[in-house]
Write a new protein. Structure first.
Length: 76
């Protein structure tokens, strides 16, 4: 019985750690906005593979850059 409880606790800890790790892997807007113009360009987004792939769908107004609001959709 104790072994099962320990296994459950360890399993829950692992799931929590993976969730925290995936959030930590997402860059911040500020870290990507290298020229501090308040936008993330496709070139700046290329620093993060997942963001680079999602860029076109996140750019809702199709202006070629991500605003802070558009980037917020990626963080969710």
């Amino acid at each position: 019985m104790i072994r099962i409880q320990v296994a459950v606790v360890v399993g829950l800890f692992a799931v929590g750690a993976l969730a925290a790790q995936s959030d930590a892997a997402k860059p911040t807007f500020e870290s990507l906005d290298k020229n501090a113009d308040g936008k993330v360009s496709l070139n700046e987004a290329s620093e993060n593979d997942a963001l680079f792939v999602a860029f076109k769908s996140l750019d809702s107004n199709k202006d070629g850059v991500l605003s802070r609001e558009e980037f917020a959709a990626y963080k969710q």
